[in-house]
Design a protein around this ligand. Structure first.
Ligand SMILES: [Zn+2]
Length: 115
């Protein structure tokens, strides 16, 4: 016996039906859309925050900072927009046009991409 994905009521009718009514189908789909919107909003906020932190620390367009300083401002290393591998084997992580590269001893090089 199939039950409605939204309310759990038994479904009568076609075998491939997932909802007991249009109302339940709409409610279910709205919830899914809301969840993915919240998920994307949270990630966008983290990206924006990381970008703001790099922009504050890198006003010159090229500078150095430490991991501790980034973390103290709330930088989250899990979130970036793209990775750039240079021919010399360095890896830059970018937040839009602001990038960073790990140096020795927990120092970071901050760079700004010319767009
Ligand atoms: Zn239902």
């Amino acid at each position: 016996m199939k039950t409605c994905l939204e309310c759990g009521e038994k479904i009568v009718g076609r075998e491939d039906k997932k909802f007991c009514s249009d109302g339940c189908r709409n409610a279910y789909n709205n919830k899914i859309n809301k969840d993915s919107t919240n998920f994307m909003r949270n990630i966008n906020n983290k990206l924006r925050k990381n970008y703001r932190i790099l922009s504050e620390l890198n006003v010159e367009g090229k500078s150095k900072t430490t991991r501790a300083k980034l973390l103290s401002k709330g930088f989250d290393f899990e979130f970036f927009t793209n990775i750039l591998q240079t021919k010399t084997g360095n890896t830059y992580y970018f937040l839009y046009d602001q990038g960073y590269m790990l140096l020795d001893n927990d120092f970071y090089m901050l760079v700004k991409k010319d767009i």
